[in-house]
Write a protein that binds this ligand. Structure first.
Ligand code: NAP
Ligand code: ZN
Length: 352
């Protein structure tokens, strides 16, 4: 074992603070990575504040972070895809059982024995896994992604969660070219959803509660913007969408968005509010509409997304911050004041 610098929360109400954690020495199959940037996902905040207690309670101390990009410092003897000096990415998963139907189908995110990057039982060291708000991490090679060398690294980090979480459902929907696609919520996930839907040729419409984000939405690739609190604007678009991606992190009126769908339209939820959303059967019955959910993506699909981003020059729009400003960033995230992802420059951890 060796010591790594990190930021952790000691309880649901404590601010994140500097600490030291233990990491394992790389095994034969492991890749050791010096973390350069780590994005701040709203899931980090839900977890740090134990907002998902009823589904997956938080074990403290908690070191969040699952949008990791860095440089390989060491590899085990059985590692074939990486060597020291290579760029590497790590998302929400660091292990799975490699033997269940989900793993066989390259859907490791649905493996019932999956190990998530933080707050998951750590098979190697006991306790729970610690995430990317740290200067280093050790991960099984299967869960390490190759990073295109032509992209800005601070903007690559958020692709590892916000990127794959939006790429996967949009891509899986089918041929979206020319279709009317809505993206609800212009935050970390939402702004990536706009970029991917646009790249796949959709007519993209952003639903936002923040009128001040309209210009940015258009710049990011939206064809139209609806201020969702304006009933008149909502009414004008009712029944016209083929597909909607809902990224809202808090309680909201799901039925209002279902009403936006046309015949057999689908709304896919990726946002994970702590409390259940009310669902009107009638909103679904009329128009044979459907609601579904989507969780990140498997390793193969995540690599495909990163390669796609390399080819199309897609990164996240980031506000780079030193780790010392992480608590302030969390407060801004709660207020939907993020443009459009915070990316922590991990060099700032050297000062701790
Ligand atoms: P984020 O950056 O905070 O963005 C969420 C956006 O939702 C906000 O910018 C805001 O957009 C809108 N919003 C927030 N509160 C709202 C409210 N009360 N009513 C209406 N709109 C509201 O968060 P994120 O990192 O994108 O994550 C979004 C959600 O996805 C979180 O719940 C997160 O845990 C979840 N998530 C799920 C997966 C998955 O695999 N399914 C992966 C990652 C994250 P406007 O200002 O435009 O209205
Ligand atoms: Zn995330």
């Amino acid at each position: 074992m060796y010591k790594a610098k990190a930021y952790s929360a000691a309880s649901a109400t404590a601010p994140l603070a500097s600490t030291t954690i233990q990491r394992r020495e790389p095994t034969d199959r492991d890749v050791q990575i010096e973390i350069l940037f780590c994005g701040i996902c709203h899931s980090d905040l839900h977890t740090v504040r134990d907002e998902w207690n009823s589904v997956m309670p938080t074990i403290y101390p908690c070191v969040p972070g699952h949008e990791i990009v860095g440089r390989v410092t060491k590899v085990g003897s059985a590692v074939t895809r990486f060597k020291p000096g290579d760029l590497a990415g790590v998302g929400c998963l660091v292990d799975s059982d490699h033997s269940c139907p989900s793993c066989d189908a390259n859907l490791e995110q649905f493996c019932t024995n999956a190990t998530f990057t933080y707050n998951s039982p750590d098979k190697h060291l006991g306790g729970v896994t610690y995430g990317g708000y740290s200067d280093s991490i050790v991960v099984d090679e299967h869960f390490v992604l190759r990073v295109p060398t032509n992209l800005n690294l601070a903007g690559v980090a958020p692709l590892l969660c916000a990127g794959i979480t939006t790429y996967s459902p949009i891509h899986r929907w089918g041929d979206i070219k020319g279709k009317k696609v809505g993206v609800v919520g212009l935050g970390g996930l939402g702004h990536m959803g706009v970029k991917f839907a646009k790249a796949f040729g959709a007519h993209v419409v952003v639903f936002t509660t923040s009128p001040g984000k309209k210009e940015d939405a258009l710049r990011l690739g939206a064809d139209e913007v609806i201020i969702s609190t304006d009933a008149e604007q909502m009414k004008q678009h009712a029944g016209t969408f083929n597909f909607i991606l809902d990224t809202i992190a808090a309680d909201h009126d799901l039925n209002a968005y279902i009403q936006m769908l046309g015949l057999e339209g689908n709304i896919t939820l990726v946002g994970a509010p702590d409390k259940p959303l009310a669902l009107s059967s009638f909103a679904l019955l009329f128009g044979r509409r459907s609601v579904s959910g989507s969780l990140i993506g498997g390793l193969a699909e995540t690599q495909e997304m990163l390669d796609f981003c390399g080819q199309h020059n897609i990164t996240s729009d980031v506000e780079v911050i030193p780790i010392q400003r992480v608590n302030e960033a969390y407060e801004r995230l709660v207020k939907s004041d993020v443009k459009y992802r915070f990316s922590i420059d991990m060099a700032s951890l050297k000062a701790e």
